[in-house]
Design a protein around this ligand. Structure first.
Ligand code: ADP
Length: 513
């Protein structure tokens, strides 16, 4: 049901009781609510109580005069429309009452229609005024709120900008940001150091590019090939390495990454280049390579002779029936071989990193390759390996035989060393569409799910693996590099305590059919 608005309440103030009551009756008959007061004092009390919508008041009453009453009524309700009723002869008093804020006046004797019209108009004005005020209030509140919000947003933005600036300033990497016109907008502290620009102001692109720069082959690098020019052209690049010559003639090696931020429309808005000075790092890497070369050449040769000597010694003592000595010799031989294998892994990993994986590929049937590895394994535990290829069609791949053999051998050795002495290791080979899948499964210690993603990283070993056997954590890393260079992939599924299956997937060599 719609809510009907309450009938407007009219207060009638008059010392003439007959007139007062008559007026009330007529107004009530017309749907108004009414109350009345015989004088000003009573009227003030009634206004406080009933909060009427309109007051109709006589001017000449005992006690408070109508004009004064009008003023005092407005102290209680400033919006209350007061309509004064008086004789025609008293226009001066009427004007005075209008001056102190009366809404309207009615001349006695009253014409009832004029009274209703006048009251209705006063009510309508008062309602309109209140609605307008409410509207102003809402608008005002909204304005205040939105300006508070704007201020908060501006503060948050300024805070974020300050945080970003602090972050960029404190980065180890040099950062240069430019707009598409080539105007440099930001150079952080590290970039000022690396690119040798002073602390004052922002350098121009020309100043940043105006230093002698060479590629890694020592050829001068044209301006358009410099990192900032490339990023400004909208290129994205990573690990772009170059040589930058300092004013004192020293050449520094810088690696840079370039990207750009685009507007929603796709238009380039900012070019960002991140620099790192890798001179020292590359020097250390070179040292490491030299060290590894030393290991591989100078250590492996004496180790090979030690191996020959220990093997001969083993044969001699075995022939003489000295079982205990033979066992000692056997242990020494195993350790020398392990050491040799570790040095092999270290040098192979280093050479793969420094020179990339250079493959010498030939068409090889993986069935033969794997069988060959299993048969040649110099490990008494290899008896635990089963490899059944009966009925399998040829699985020919383009392989760098010796590298792939080492990968397979590593998977087999791992399966043996990370499982119990009598646990079986199963090797399976199958053609799957245009790929060949080799699986090496064991029932060993398994690998926890959180360790799986790091398993093929350099030097990574699980704690369970470390507790069980020695190793460098390089075998699977090398395996991944080699297999990926062959266009294949390697992964593992495993369950702790139940075993692991390493899966090597290689593209089938199509010429083999
Ligand atoms: P490592 O020389 O340590 O064996 P790998 O790179 O071959 O180096 O292996 C890395 C680590 O992965 C191992 O140290 C071991 O923790 C875990 N791992 C490899 N193969 C297995 C396996 N078959 N079962 C359980 N853990 C394995």
């Amino acid at each position: 049901m719609p809510v009907m608005p309450a009938a407007p309440h009219v207060l009638v103030v008059d010392d003439d009781e007959t007139g007062r009551r008559g007026l009330e009756e007529l107004l009530r008959a017309d749907g108004f609510a009414t109350s009345s007061a015989p004088d000003g004092e009573a009227a003030l009390v009634e206004v406080r109580r009933a909060m009427p919508a309109v007051a109709l008041t006589d001017l000449h009453m005992p006690g408070i005069h109508g004009t004064e009453l009008c003023r005092r009524l407005h102290q209680i309700d400033p919006d209350l429309p007061v309509i004064v009723m008086t004789a025609f002869s008293d226009m001066e008093a009427v004007v005075e009452t209008l001056r102190v804020g009366a809404e309207d006046y009615l001349i006695k004797p009253l014409h009832y229609d004029a009274v209703v019209w006048c009251v209705n108009r006063a009510v309508a004005r008062r309602t309109a005024k209140r609605e307008q005020e409410a509207l102003y209030r809402t608008l005002n509140e909204r304005l205040v709120l939105s300006s508070i919000r704007e201020q908060e947003l501006a503060e948050a933005e300024a805070r974020q900008r300050a945080q970003l600036n602090a972050l960029l300033e404190n980065l180890q990497e040099g950062v240069v940001i430019a707009d598409p016109s080539g105007r440099v907008l930001m150079v952080n502290r590290a970039a000022r150091g690396i690119l040798e620009v002073g602390d004052e102001g922002l350098p121009t692109t020309a100043a940043l590019n105006g230093v002698e720069t060479h590629d890694l082959q020592g050829q001068p690098l044209p301006i358009e090939q410099r990192p900032l020019s490339r990023a400004l052209r909208g290129e994205h690049f990573a690990d772009y390495e170059l040589l930058r010559t300092r004013p004192d003639g020293e050449r520094r090696r810088l690696v840079s990454t370039g990207t750009n931020v685009r507007e929603d429309s796709g238009k380039a808005a900012l070019a960002i280049v991140v620099f790192r000075d890798v001179t020292e790092l590359r020097r250390l890497e070179r040292q490491r390579d030299e060290y590894m070369a030393l290991l591989s050449h100078d250590l492996r040769n004496p180790l090979a002779s030690i191996l020959v000597l220990v093997s001969t010694l083993k044969q001699l003592v075995t022939k003489k029936g000295l079982t205990q000595d033979a066992e000692l010799a056997e242990r020494a031989e195993r350790n020398v071989k392990r050491m040799n294998a570790m040095i092999g892994e270290l040098t192979e990993a280093t050479s793969l990193e420094s020179h990339g994986v250079e493959l010498r590929r030939e068409a090889r049937d993986l069935r033969e390759l794997v069988a060959g590895v299993v048969n040649r394994m110099d490990d008494p535990r290899r008896r635990r390996i089963t490899f059944d290829t009966d009925g399998e069609p040829p699985c020919v791949v383009l392989a760098d035989t010796s590298r792939l053999e080492r990968v397979v051998e590593n998977l087999l050795t791992n399966a043996l060393k990370y499982s119990a002495e009598d646990a079986p290791v199963k090797v399976q080979l199958a053609r799957k569409g245009s790929a060949v899948e080799l699986e090496v499964s064991d029932r060993g210690i398994g690998i926890a799910p959180e360790n799986v993603k790091m398993l093929f990283d350099r030097y990574y070993r699980t704690s369970a693996g470390m507790a069980r056997a020695s190793g460098l954590g390089l075998g699977l890393y090398i395996a991944r590099l080699v297999v990926e260079a062959h266009g294949g992939r390697i992964d593992v599924s495993s369950e702790v305590g139940r075993g692991s299956t390493f899966r090597l997937v290689m593209p089938l060599h199509t010429a083999s059919g």
